[in-house]
Design a protein around this ligand. Structure first.
Ligand SMILES: Cc1cc2nc3c(=O)[nH]c(=O)nc-3n(C[C@H](O)[C@H](O)[C@H](O)COP(=O)(O)O)c2cc1C
Length: 228
């Protein structure tokens, strides 16, 4: 899968990666409060202009905003469901209880996923391991995975405190897979050897971000099997 990346994963880049073997792609994150108010810039982020399989990534905590947005939402060809962002590390988002601050809010996240499902759409979740090492140690990411009925969980194996230069912690994936849910690995995936290692752990798939900017052909190069 191609990772959601602000300013990068527009329709053209998503299609380039799809043609090079990405099974599924994601829009950059859009805020549900802005979408529910029909803000043009936000609506542009989630516009799908071709048939490339795409999940729309959204962030928000208020049920009423999701209800309002979903009432006016029309699915187009290529749309494959929504992905909830529980990973954004921006302090401004975290102060508002959004992004990685949502990992602890299991029952709210489940309510959002159910609402999206009731509206007729699939919903996956992308999360980090917690806000910091303490939350990671407490296993809050496992509570979330166990407590939420999403179609799959993309686990970006870093905490919100860590930067992209800190190595992703591949050791967490086995515990995630043990929950019995579909788990997609994310963070520093760039070699075939890693892809095979992840396949051996029983992951549902892998998501690639920065390595795809350098080489959009990476999806076919790392393919171990179809993500279906
Ligand atoms: C430029 C850039 C923009 C990003 N924007 C988003 C985003 O909108 N939503 C999101 O969930 N993650 C976003 N991320 C995080 C990536 O989706 C991914 O989790 C992260 O880069 C780790 O994967 P990688 O090591 O394969 O790049 C962004 C990352 C980068 C580098």
């Amino acid at each position: 899968m191609l990772a959601p990346m602000e300013g990068v994963t527009d329709n053209a880049f998503r299609t380039l990666c799809y043609r090079n073997g990405a099974d599924l792609t994601f829009t950059e994150m859009a805020r549900v409060d802005n979408l529910s108010r029909l803000k043009r810039g936000e609506l542009e982020k989630i516009t799908i202009t071709n048939k490339t399989p795409t999940q729309i990534q959204i962030a928000g905590a208020k049920i009423s905003e999701y209800e309002k947005f979903l009432r006016g939402f029309k699915a187009v060809e290529g749309f494959m469901g929504f992905n909830l962002n529980l990973g954004c590390p921006s302090p401004a988002y975290i102060r508002q209880g959004l992004g990685a601050a949502m990992i602890k809010r299991v029952s709210r996240v489940n309510d959002i996923v159910r609402l999206i499902n009731r509206s007729g759409f699939e919903c996956s979740v992308k999360l980090r391991l917690g806000l910091n090492g303490y939350e990671k140690g407490k296993g809050i990411y496992l509570n979330l995975i166990e407590g939420v009925d999403a179609s799959f969980f993309v686990v970006h194996a870093r905490t919100a405190k860590q930067t992209g230069r800190d190595p992703a912690d591949f050791s967490v994936y086995a515990k995630c897979v043990d929950t019995g849910k579909r788990i997609v690995a994310n963070g520093d995936v760039k070699t075939k050897k890693q892809a095979e290692e992840l396949e051996g752990i029983g992951l549902y798939g892998a998501m690639i971000g920065r390595a795809a900017i350098d080489n959009p052909g990476i999806f076919n190069e790392l393919r171990v099997r179809d993500c279906s």
